[in-house]
Each structure stands twice: as structure tokens, then as C-alpha cells.
Design a protein around this ligand. Structure first.
Ligand code: MEV
Length: 313
């Protein structure tokens, strides 16, 4: 059996993080410049059923049987085996790596799960549909997020821009024109589970205000979809700015995020916002194509620990 390699992209939420957990629409796109990769090699000398999992970036090197049920990578492997009705797979070594900053709002957890599920299923001679991969990943996302909307697993497994409403059938956003985003990492991170929980407590304490914020954000996603599908993506800029203000009001921005958003805007970005769970992680800035490199340099000077320029199409 030859070695198998599978990968999955990162993602950026253009509109609607957090509000999406409360039933509002969100728009997210895959970011293919960063990815998680899973490589599987058969272990011909080991007994069948033995699986070794290695992920250097998180200091993991363990037999699958030694990992607890709550370990996300172990869950991704186990649920793929059970989806394929395989109890005793031929022994294998699974090695995982990722260029997506961990906990930075770019879907690192979902991408690792999708890469693992794709690699394990193809090692075992089956190729799962994107929807099956997304559903299995959703189960793992519950460990990372507690109460995930399903947005991250869907955009990462389908690798297409999506307009997402929790619980609704998947709708792809058909972009009429491509556009450029600069993504910049604060280098700090807060687990999504924590920011989602913080928003939930704040919502419980002030439902009227938070319901208003969620509805306003949902309206921005709705308007953004029309712009994306009608052409003229520069018009997304002001909506991104508004979305960022609402996220500030929700208490999920941070001084570092605001500083990067401001630096991008001062350098001529058309719009900028935090992307993902917030309180650290990444911002995204919509830029004219010719401004991408200059704004990227500005963001590095303003303290960004990593940057990516990506063409969304
Ligand atoms: C995390 O990438 C996005 C959130 O909206 C959580 C979720 O959708 O599950 C913050």
C-alpha cells in the first residue's frame, strides 16, 4: 500500500461570525495559501488495528489506542473508521502538519480534521463525499467549539465560498468577480470555544442588545451576498467596517485586532475586520489588487506576526 497524502485549506469569514451561531447568515471563503496536511504510511510490521499519530506542532506522538475519546484528532480517525465500518484497519502511521496558525480564526481545527478524514478514507480505499467529510468534521468541531454553527467544517470540506445559515441546506456564493484580501495575524489567540461562550453569557445578560447586533450583522451578510453575486466587490469594504464595529460592540475584538484594522484602513484598504472567533487571531482587509503588497508590508510594520495575500474567486 503506497503512502497517502491529503490536505485541506484554511478559511476566512467575510461576514457573520458569532451571529451565525444564533441563526443569522454568514459568508466564508476557503483560503488555499495555507493548509493542513495528513500523510499516511502503512506500518507493515505492526499488527492490524495499530495506528500511530504524530503531530509535531502540538507535541503529539501517540498510539491511537492511548488517546482519550475527547482528543480531536483521535475522534477524526475513529469516526472515519466507523463511517467506513472498519474495526481493524491495516496498521498505519498518520503524520499531521499545518501552515494554518492554530486558534487564529482561519479554521485550523476544521482543516486538520478534513485532512485526516480524507487521508484515512483514501488510505482505506474509499473516497467520502464532501458532505460526509463535513458532517464528520462537525462532530470534531464540537470538541473545539462547544456549540459550533457548522460554518467552518462546511467551507473547509467543500472548498468553495458559501452563504451559510445554521441548519439550512448548503448554499454556495457564486462570486461574479474575484477580489484580493490581505490577512494578518495578531499572533495572539483565544480558543473559539471561549469567545463563543463569552458571547453567550453577554447575550444572556443583555438579549435585546445582542439580538439587535446579530440581526444587523445578518443583514450585512445578506447585502454582501448580493454584492458578491452582482459584481463590484469594492462595495463590500464599508460593510466589512460595519461588521467590525458590531463585533467590537459584542466585545470580541482586541487592541491588537483594532490596531491592525486601523493600520490597513489608513493605508487605503477598502474595508477591514476581524475574522473568526476574535480576541486575537486574524484580521482580513479588502484591498485593490495593486495595493496588496503595500498594505501587507504596512500590517507587518504594525505588528502582524504573519500575513497572507489571497485572491478570492
Ligand atoms: C468561528 O470560526 C466562527 C464562530 O462564528 C463560531 C461558529 O460559527 O461556530 C465564532
Amino acid at each position: 500500500m503506497p503512502a497517502i497524502s491529503a490536505s485541506a485549506p484554511g478559511k476566512a469569514i467575510l461576514f457573520g461570525e458569532h451571529a451565525v451561531v444564533y441563526g443569522q447568515p454568514a459568508i466564508a471563503v476557503p483560503v488555499k495559501q495555507v493548509k493542513a496536511t495528513a500523510i499516511i504510511r502503512p506500518l507493515i510490521r505492526e499488527r492490524s488495528g495499530f495506528v500511530r499519530i504524530q503531530a509535531e506542532q502540538i507535541n503529539l506522538d501517540s498510539a491511537l489506542s492511548d488517546l482519550p475519546e475527547q482528543n480531536p484528532i483521535a475522534l477524526a480517525v475513529r469516526s472515519t473508521l466507523s463511517e467506513l465500518n472498519i474495526n481493524q484497519p491495516p496498521a498505519f502511521h498518520l503524520r499531521i502538519s499545518s501552515t494554518i496558525p492554530l486558534g487564529g480564526g482561519l479554521g485550523s481545527g476544521a482543516a486538520i480534521s478534513v485532512a485526516v478524514i480524507r487521508a484515512v478514507s483514501s488510505f482505506l480505499g474509499s473516497s467520502l463525499e464532501a458532505e460526509q467529510v463535513s458532517d464528520l468534521t462537525f462532530e470534531v468541531e464540537k470538541l473545539y467549539h462547544g456549540n459550533p454553527s457548522g460554518l467552518d467544517n462546511t467551507v473547509v470540506a467543500f472548498e468553495k465560498p458559501i452563504y451559510f445559515v445554521k441548519g439550512d441546506p448548503i448554499e454556495f456564493a457564486h462570486l461574479k468577480e474575484s477580489f484580493t484580501l490581505v490577512i494578518a495575524d495578531t499572533g495572539k489567540s483565544t480558543p473559539t470555544r471561549d469567545t463563543v461562550a463569552a458571547v453567550r453569557s453577554a447575550w444572556k445578560a443583555d438579549k435585546q442588545n445582542f439580538d439587535r447586533l446579530f440581526t444587523e450583522i445578518g443583514e450585512l451578510s445578506h447585502r454582501a451576498r448580493k454584492i458578491l453575486e452582482g459584481g463590484n466587490p469594492v462595495d463590500l469594504g464599508p460593510l466589512m467596517d460595519e461588521n467590525h464595529s458590531r463585533l467590537q460592540e459584542m466585545g470580541v475584538s482586541s487592541a491588537e485586532l483594532d490596531q491592525l484594522v486601523m493600520a490597513a484602513k489608513q493605508e487605503g484598504a477598502l474595508g477591514a475586520k476581524l475574522s473568526g472567533g476574535g480576541r486575537g487571531g486574524n484580521i482580513i482587509a479588502l484591498v485593490r489588487d495593486e495595493d496588496g503588497e503595500r498594505i501587507e508590508a504596512t500590517l507587518k510594520n504594525a505588528g502582524a506576526k504573519g500575513t497572507v495575500v489571497t485572491r478570492v474567486q
